[in-house]
Design a protein around this ligand. Structure first.
Ligand code: NAD
Length: 258
């Protein structure tokens, strides 16, 4: 057997697994979904108002020979998230992996930040992660296995001027991740967070030029990250090779938050 074949056969195998990825119509979530599909997992994903891109993503996923389905569902809506997870379990059978990736930004200094901007960001990023975790919790408990991977951000560790809402939500996700890891550890369920730095997506393409330049200048590796950098880390955390890692926060940021 060639060494490359041998390596391929033991690393990051997800065949027969099913993953739910929130916010996978584009960006980081899409890259995670595609990577999981490459490794053999079926993928159910959620999005909001991104129908065309979601259908494209489904086609790309199906072309990899796995089962894929897109659902338009707002993760911040507790009842909708609960119903959707039940529907996905019914449709796909057992779910093995949950990736809480859906997120939004509403940046501004606190001086000008509206209450509704604070609430919206907390509701999607943090409460959405809680809603999805609570919806899958009993399923994972009963099956005595499961992987929860939450997409936080380095600003949840460092804070950031102009992102009080987002940094609070992303810091909250870290506290939530560690709590879930402690609650579900005895059931063989792991919960970990990934803290991306500056990754090239629609979200960062929308940043003002000056802010982009300042962000890039502060990265020791002197380049933005790619969505695949986050997908590779998520694949590792979902794999058998990461079975003894829980409650961890992995920065994938080119050193930005050292
Ligand atoms: P993006 O804006 O490109 O994609 C966001 C995805 O989330 C889309 O699929 C969208 O439909 C979905 N979504 C938005 N609101 C939703 C809701 N209420 N319910 C369900 N789905 C919803 O974003 P991205 O840059 O790919 O970021 C993905 C995640 O990574 C986010 O949580 C973001 O905070 C985090 N992150 C991104 C960066 C970066 O540099 N891009 C850095 C750190 C953290």
């Amino acid at each position: 057997m060639l060494l490359t074949e041998y390596r391929g056969s033991i690393m990051f195998e997800l065949t027969g697994k099913t993953a739910i990825v929130t916010g996978a119509s584009r960006g980081i979530g899409k890259a995670i979904a595609l990577k999981f599909a490459d490794l053999g997992a079926n993928v159910a994903f959620m999005h909001v108002g991104d129908g065309e891109k979601a259908e494209e993503t489904v086609k790309e996923l199906e072309a990899k020979g796995i089962k894929a389905k897109a659902y338009e569902c707002d993760v911040s809506d507790f009842e909708a998230a609960k119903q959707l997870v039940a529907d996905i379990i019914e449709e796909f059978g057992e779910v093995h992996i949950l990736v809480n990736n859906a997120g939004i930004v509403r940046d501004g200094l606190i001086l000008s930040m509206k209450e509704s901007d604070f609430d919206a960001v907390i509701n999607v990023n943090l409460k959405g992660t809680f809603n999805m975790t609570k919806s899958i919790y009993q399923h994972f408990m009963k099956k005595r296995r499961g992987r929860i991977i939450n997409i936080s951000s380095i600003v949840g560790i460092t804070g950031n001027a102009g992102q009080a809402n987002y940094a609070s939500a992303k810091a909250g996700i870290i506290g939530l991740t560690k709590s879930v890891a402690k609650e579900l550890g005895s059931r063989n369920v792991t919960a970990n967070a990934i803290a991306p730095g500056f990754i090239r997506t629609d979200m960062t393409d929308g940043m003002p030029e000056k802010a982009r330049e300042a962000a890039l200048a502060s990265i020791p590796l002197k380049r933005p990250g790619e969505v695949e950098d986050i997908a590779n880390t998520a694949a590792f955390l979902a794999s058998d090779e990461a079975s003894y890692i829980t409650g961890e926060v992995i920065r994938v940021d080119g050193g930005m938050a050292i």
